[in-house]
Design a protein around this ligand. Structure first.
Ligand code: SIN
Length: 523
């Protein structure tokens, strides 16, 4: 191993998605910050977000409607205070984004607003038709590059956090040339994304391995709500092809879900049909496929007109065209794919985790906004609102350097790891949109044993090519343990043996090490 390089910095943001970049810009108004990314700027998962950003923007809409819609989609497990912050502060953050140069699509002299599943009003702003995430990342990246107070290190693979006495002291990781780096800092914000990549059929890119969540868990932080995984109902479903996302906004504009005979089966499952919450649509598709011996289902947008669809969804159309399909003239085969992980590092509404000086925002965080099922397009808004708040908390945090850099000098061995393919199969068979008690028990038993040692390895014990595997092993295990523990069905967690919600389970589950704590909600 090369010699370890040490950098001392006042504050670190890990992650170059929307949450990380927006936080860095807010922090840089008052201080200097280092931004680390495992890829390159403009290369994060955020840039795949097609649909848009949900925000109250129209006089016919109201924050109380957005609040209610979020709570209903969350199936009783949202933290109402966190949701209140989201919907109330959202419009101001979006205005700031526009002031930074973001251009949303216009309809005449107004911003266009679309609708997606479980929204009672049109409130989704979009850009470039279906390129909202990419356009926001471009806007923020440009600003970050121009900012002399922000230093960027790309291709940095974070490996573990250094904490002592429940306070953060730094972070270790690897540069692209395999130089090990120790960054000493007592203010660290994790904005590292989710872990939907544990499933083989996913709308996420390869990097969605929940790195920050595992690092925080290993350092002793509380993690919550991992059992709630959102499956997007309409990922392109062609054998041998990646599960490319076909935005919910296509249904928002009026596309139907049909079977081979053109039957709109969602009317059997929910009064809102195709625009029911995502977990309902996902299970509706799976149930209809069971009834029809696994026959494919399709998204049918043809009645919306080829010209309109080409203009409104240029990215989706371009992708489909390469496969010989056209949104305007063909029915598109679709099916559920893992899309978003509601749980993550437990935070308060200021992005604070249970470790002093450690903050989390974006998909890797669990502030209680999404409950058991995220409302479509709330995540980009969450990224803005809560990364901004986390940056403000970091600015206020007492920055006296924590000199106790005591490291984990012990001799834990890494428990045997499952290979990526084995893990993905395990996740698909046991942790998908429909779960059952026997499988949950079996898989959680396997991992409960493995995770007991918390993988608490000395710094730099794992080389970069094994880090993703460690992360996915830990997250599959933690998800299995929390899913087995929750004896009910709710939102993104559905089990055939107990197919209904149970009021006794109106609680969030936190896990620290392998200890589970149930936190009752009184709303
Ligand atoms: C979509 O465009 O359907 C995805 C947007 C989201 O997940 O919120």
């Amino acid at each position: 191993m090369k010699n370890i390089i040490e950098w001392k910095v006042p504050a670190v943001v890990v992650g170059m998605g929307i949450a990380g970049l927006f936080a860095a810009l807010r922090f840089a108004q008052e201080g200097e910050v280092l931004v680390l990314g495992k890829g390159q700027l403009e290369d994060s998962n955020s840039q795949h977000a097609q649909g848009g950003i949900a925000v109250v923007w129209d006089f016919e809409d109201h924050i109380s409607f957005h609040f209610e819609d979020t709570l209903i989609a969350g199936a009783g497990l949202c933290d109402p205070e966190a949701v209140r912050v989201l919907v109330e502060e959202g419009p101001e953050r979006v205005s700031e984004l526009i002031a930074l140069g973001m251009e949303f699509d216009h309809c005449g002299d107004q911003l266009c607003l679309t609708v997606e599943g479980a929204h009672s009003h049109r409130r989704i702003l979009h850009a470039g038709g279906d390129a909202t995430g990419r356009k926001i990342v471009q806007t923020l990246s440009e600003r970050v590059r121009q900012n002399p107070r922000i230093k960027i290190v790309e291709n940095f693979l974070a490996s573990d956090l250094i904490a002592a006495n429940s306070k953060i002291c730094g972070i270790n990781g690897w540069l692209k040339d395999l130089t090990p780096v120790r960054i000493v800092s007592n203010r660290i914000l994790l904005a590292t994304g989710g872990f939907a990549g544990i499933f083989p059929e996913t709308t996420n890119p390869l990097g969605a391995t929940g790195d920050g969540i595992v690092m925080a868990w290993e350092a002793g932080a509380a993690i919550s709500d991992l059992e709630f995984i959102q499956f997007h109902p309409t990922a392109l479903s062609i054998p041998g092809q990646a599960r490319f996302l076909i935005s919910e906004a296509v249904r928002g504009e009026g596309a139907f879900l049909v079977d081979e005979n053109g039957y709109r089966f969602m009317q059997e499952y929910h009064p809102k049909c195709e625009l029911a919450p995502r977990d309902v649509v996902t299970r509706g598709i799976l149930s209809h496929q069971r009834k029809t011996n696994g026959k494919p289902v399709f998204l049918d947008a043809r009645h919306l007109g080829e010209e309109f669809l080409k203009k409104r969804f240029p990215g989706i159309n371009e992708h489909l065209n390469k496969l010989g399909l056209n949104l305007g003239t063909d029915r598109i085969p679709v099916g559920p794919a893992s899309h978003y992980t509601m749980g993550g590092i437990h935070t308060d509404t200021h992005g604070k985790t249970s470790i002093g000086g450690l903050y989390a925002a974006g998909e890797c965080a669990s502030a209680g906004i999404h409950g058991a099922n995220r409302l479509a397009s709330n995540s980009l808004l969450e990224s803005l609102v809560f990364s901004y708040r986390a940056a403000e908390s970091m600015l206020k945090y007492n920055s006296i350097q924590n000199s106790d850099m005591a490291e984990n000098e012990h001799s834990w061995e890494l428990p045997q790891q499952f290979e990526y393919e084995v893990l993905q199969k395990m996740a698909a068979e046991n942790l998908g949109p429909v779960r059952d008690s026997e499988n949950l028990k079996r898989i959680s038993d396997i991992f409960r044993e493995k995770l007991r040692g918390k993988y608490n390895l000395p710094a730099f014990a794992l080389l970069p090519d094994t880090l993703a595997q460690r992360n996915l092993n830990a997250l599959t295990g933690l998800t299995a343990i929390l899913a087995e523990s929750r004896k009910e069905s709710r939102g993104g967690h559905f089990r055939t043996d107990i197919p209904a919600p149970d009021p006794k389970w109106k609680c969030r589950q936190k896990i620290q090490g392998t200890e589970i704590l149930q936190v009752q909600l009184d709303n």
